[in-house]
Design a protein around this ligand. Structure first.
Ligand code: TYD
Ligand code: MG
Length: 446
C-alpha cells in the first residue's frame, strides 16, 4: 500500500521535516527547505529480520568471508593507484567533478582499457551518438560497452540483473529518478532514494557500480551529504579549466588509503596518464628570475615538484594588494607578517602577487618555506638558484619546522636533476643532493 504525504526537505543536507522552516536544524543553512510530495510504501509494523529457517541473521565475525579482496584492474595505472589496485567487486563508488572536466571521458577510457570486461553505461546526460563520437575520438570500438539511456532506477536495476556485467556506470546520479516519487530528478529526495536502491544492488548482488555526480559551486557533490556516507569510495576529478592536467583524488576509500592521487593530461585523443607529474609543473626555463622558487609538495603519497612565483612591486593603491592563486590567501598574509616581524623586512607599500605555476592548488604546509624564499627573492630582486628546492612549514616565530616524507621529497629532487635542498635539519643518507639545513627563516641569507 502506498501513502502520499507532503514533506519539506533541506536541499543542503537532506533533512526532512513535516513543516517549512527558515533555518535547517540539522545543517543551519537558511532558506533550503522546499516542499516535496513523497510517496512511501507503508512498512509492515514491527517487522523483525528473520531468515527463512527462522533464525535471526546474525553471523559470527569469524564466519564472515571477505569477498571484496576480489578486484579487477582498470588497466590504467593512475586510476588503479587511486583505487588501491582496481575496482573491488560489489563496491559502490562515486566520481565527482566540475562539468566538462572529463568524467565521462575517463569512464570511456576505462571501457577502452578493459576490453575483456562487460560494462553497462547508463547515459542520462548524452545521447548514444554523442557517446559514440567521443568514443571514436579516444579510439574505443566498444564491443564490451552497452549503452542505455533509460534512467528510471528500477529499470536500471532490472537491466543490470539481466546479464552479468563487470561494471555498471551511471552518468549521472542527478539524472536518475524513481517513478515512485513525484519530485524532479536531481532533487535531494530522488538522489537519496535512488542511491539507496543502487546500494542494495551493489551489496546484495555483488554488482560493481560507479556513479558520476555533479559538484556544486563550493566543490561538494550536489545532493545530500548522505550520498558520500552511502558509498564505499568517493573520487574527485579536478583540474584547472585553463590547464590540461587533471587530478583524480580519493576523498574516501573503504578498501584502501584515502588521499591518493592519479594524474592525467587531457589531450586531443583523450586522457593520457602522467607517470611523472613533476615534469608537468616545473617550467623548463633555465633563466633565473627573482621571485621564483622550487618546492616539493606531497599529493597523497606522491611527491611533486612545483614552482612558486612571487612578485613584490611598489603599490599604486592606498591599500596594497595581496593576491594568491593556487595558495591560500590568508596563509600568504600570515607568512608576510612573519617575514616583517621575524626577519625585519617590510612589505608595506608593496603589492604582493603569488602564483603556483601550472595551475596546481597546493595545501601542503611544506610549501611555506618556498613561498617565504620566493617573497624575499622578489623583494630583494635576487634570483634563487634553479637547482635548489626549499621546503618546511613556517611557524609564527619564524621557525622552519620539519615536515613528513622528507626522504621522498629529496629523492624526487634528485630524480629531477636538482642539486640542493634547503630544509629543516634532517639526516639524509645515500643521496647526491646537498642538504642545507635551515632552522629559522633568516637562515636563508639572501
Ligand atoms: P567530459 O568527459 O564530457 O566531461 P564531464 O563528463 O566531466 O562533463 O569532457 C569533455 C571535455 O573534454 C570537453 O571540453 C572536451 C575535452 N576532450 C578533449 O580535450 N579530448 C578528448 O579526447 C575528449 C574526449 C574530450
Ligand atoms: Mg559527462
Amino acid at each position: 500500500m502506498a501513502k502520499e504525504r507532503t514533506r519539506f526537505i533541506c536541499s543542503n543536507c537532506g533533512h526532512d521535516s513535516p513543516k517549512w522552516q527558515g533555518v535547517c536544524p540539522s545543517c543551519n543553512e537558511w532558506n533550503t527547505f522546499s516542499e516535496q510530495k513523497v510517496v512511501k510504501a507503508v512498512r509492515e509494523k514491527n517487522k523483525i529480520s528473520i531468515s527463512d529457517d527462522g533464525t535471526s541473521n546474525i553471523t559470527a565475525l569469524s564466519d564472515i568471508r571477505i569477498s571484496y579482496a576480489d578486484r579487477f584492474s582498470t588497466n590504467l595505472k593512475e586510476f588503479d593507484r587511486v583505487l588501491n589496485g582496481g575496482f573491488v567487486r560489489g563496491s559502490f563508488s562515486l566520481l565527482g567533478g566540475d562539468p566538462g572536466i572529463g568524467k565521462s571521458t575517463l569512464m570511456l577510457q576505462v571501457a577502452k582499457n578493459c576490453p575483456d570486461k562487460k560494462i553497462l553505461y547508463i547515459a542520462g546526460e548524452e545521447s548514444g551518438s554523442q557517446i559514440k563520437q567521443r568514443a571514436s575520438r579516444i579510439g574505443l570500438k566498444g564491443q564490451n560497452l552497452f549503452i542505455s539511456s533509460h534512467t528510471e532506477v528500477r529499470d536500471i536495476i532490472s537491466k543490470a540483473r539481466s546479464s552479468t556485467y563487470d561494471l555498471l556506470i551511471i552518468d549521472s546520479i542527478q539524472t536518475v529518478f524513481s517513478d515512485d516519487l513525484t519530485s524532479l530528478p536531481g532533487s535531494v529526495q530522488q538522489i537519496r532514494e535512488c542511491s539507496a536502491l543502487l546500494q542494495q544492488l551493489a551489496k546484495k548482488e555483488n554488482v560493481t557500480i560507479l556513479m558520476i555526480g555533479h559538484v556544486t559551486k563550493d566543490g561538494d557533490i550536489a545532493g545530500p551529504r548522505i550520498l558520500e556516507h552511502m558509498v564505499d569510495t568517493v573520487l574527485h576529478f579536478e583540474g584547472d579549466k585553463n590547464h590540461l592536467y587533471r587530478l583524480l583524488r580519493t576523498v574516501k576509500n573503504r578498501f584502501g588509503p584515502a588521499q591518493e592521487v592519479g594524474v592525467f593530461e587531457m589531450k586531443e585523443g583523450g586522457l593520457e596518464e602522467v607517470a611523472n607529474p613533476s615534469v608537468l609543473f616545473m617550467s623548463d626555463s633555465e633563466i633565473e628570475v627573482s621571485g621564483n622558487s622550487l618546492t616539493c609538495v606531497m599529493e597523497g603519497t606522491r611527491p611533486i615538484l612545483v614552482e612558486v612565483q612571487a612578485l613584490v612591486t611598489p603599490s599604486s593603491y592606498s591599500t596594497p594588494q595581496r593576491t594568491a592563486s593556487g595558495f591560500d590567501q590568508r596563509r600568504l598574509s600570515l607568512l608576510i607578517a612573519v617575514l616583517e616581524k621575524r626577519a625585519g623586512l617590510s612589505f608595506a607599500g608593496n603589492d604582493v602577487y603569488l602564483n603556483i605555476a601550472g595551475g596546481l592548488k597546493i595545501t601542503d604546509p611544506a610549501a611555506d618555506f618556498a613561498v617565504v624564499s620566493a617573497l624575499i627573492s622578489s623583494l630583494k630582486d635576487k634570483p634563487l638558484k634553479r637547482d635548489t628546492i626549499y621546503f618546511g612549514e613556517v611557524g609564527l616565530g619564524g621557525e622552519v619546522r620539519k615536515v613528513s616524507f622528507f626522504e621522498q621529497r629529496i629523492r624526487e629532487a634528485e630524480k629531477m636533476g636538482l642539486k640542493k635542498v634547503v630544509a629543516p635539519k634532517v639526516k639524509a643518507a645515500g643521496t647526491s643532493v646537498k642538504v642545507q639545513s635551515a632552522a629559522v627563516i633568516t637562515d636563508l641569507r639572501l
